[in-house]
Ligand binder design. Structure first.
Ligand code: G3H
Ligand code: 13P
Ligand code: ZN
Length: 313
């Protein structure tokens, strides 16, 4: 059933677990996400970036996610990293149950002002709002403690931001990065900072850039590389270990964003099919293994995040 992000995260907060927010761009990804949610009896957040909206069109994406939301599990339809205010307004009017406004690169006052505008549009329609404070950068980008202070979320500023905006969820920066290359050295998050932010603000916290990019998953994409010219082996790829995710949930993370792991699984499945079945020309044949591998990723996350079995029937 179509649900707001606020309802999903309020239940997660009470239960002490997190809910996965998975990025979709097309039919197969959407089906993999919702089929996994139904099998795991888990609430789920299905999100579309501005890039996804540009690629597939908002109406197609809404049709896909609304259809997925007919399943007997709570589903939030969410805009991920909305930077364009017009797109966010259009999504609120078109039926998304939740939007993220990402003003994290803007000066603080401007981020505050734009977030307030989004809340003013969203609240009367019962749409939830996530906003971001602090830039989601990799720890490898930070050479000094001073730089960390600039990019990582400051607990006192987070408290000010949440109380002034009335948002429903806050995305924070504690050492993750988007994509498959998150760390050069130790794969660790600033868990102490997370606890300090959680103590300072009342709303559920969101972890972006949370894909695991495990050696096992990356190996699946490499398995057929020898048969493909100039194949990207994702050398040096590194993600957030499951142990760091478990610790972050203990300390207050309630929404966890996953895109890269789905991309890697999709690619692994496609490479496997193309190499193994040279005769295949039917898109349904070509995409079958990709969907299967993405579904396995989502199921694993639901177990890891503790959302498995939490969907009220
Ligand atoms: O955080 C970004 C997500 O991975 C979406 O990426 O903007 O390429 O769709 P995208
Ligand atoms: P990953 O690149 O780690 O999957 O992060 C996705 C994300 O944060 C989407 O908003
Ligand atoms: Zn993100």
């Amino acid at each position: 059933m179509l649900t707001t992000l606020k309802d999903i995260l309020t239940a997660a907060d009470k239960g002490g677990y997190a809910v996965g927010a998975f990025n979709t761009n097309n039919l197969e990804i959407t089906q993999a996400i919702i089929e996994a949610a139904v099998e795991e009896k888990s609430p789920v957040i299905i999100q579309t970036s501005e890039g996804a909206i540009e690629y597939a069109g908002m109406e197609f994406l809404i049709a896909l996610i609304s259809t997925a939301a007919k399943a007997p599990v709570p589903v939030a339809m969410h805009v991920d990293h909305g930077k364009n205010l017009e797109t966010i307004k259009a999504a609120i009017d078109a039926g998304y149950t939740s939007v993220m406004y990402d003003g994290s690169v803007l000066p603080y006052e401007e981020n505050l002002k734009n977030t307030l505008q989004v809340v003013a549009w969203a609240k009367p329609k019962g749409v939830s709002v996530e906003a971001e404070l602090g830039a989601i950068k990799g720890v490898e980008d930070l050479v000094s403690v001073e730089e960390k202070q600039v990019f990582f979320t400051d607990p006192a500023q987070a408290a000010d931001f949440v109380s002034k905006t009335g948002i429903d969820a806050l995305a924070i920066s504690i050492g993750t990065a988007h994509g498959a290359f998150k760390f050069k050295g130790e794969q660790r998050l600033d868990q102490e900072r997370l606890s300090a932010i959680d103590a300072a603000v009342m709303v559920p916290l969101v972890l972006h850039g949370a894909s695991g990019v495990t050696e096992e998953l990356v190996a699946k994409t490499r398995e057929f590389c020898d048969q493909l010219e100039d194949c990207n082996r994702l050398s040096g790829a590194a993600g957030v270990p499951d142990s760091e995710i478990v610790e972050a949930i203990k300390r207050g993370i309630r929404k966890i964003n996953i895109d890269s792991d789905l991309r890697i699984a999709f690619t692994a499945g496609l490479r496997e099919t193309i190499v193994r079945d040279h005769k295949a020309i039917d898109p349904r044949t070509l995409l079958k293994r990709s969907k299967q591998l993405m579904k396995e990723v989502v199921r694993h996350k639901m177990e890891l995040f503790g959302s498995k079995g939490r969907a009220k029937q």
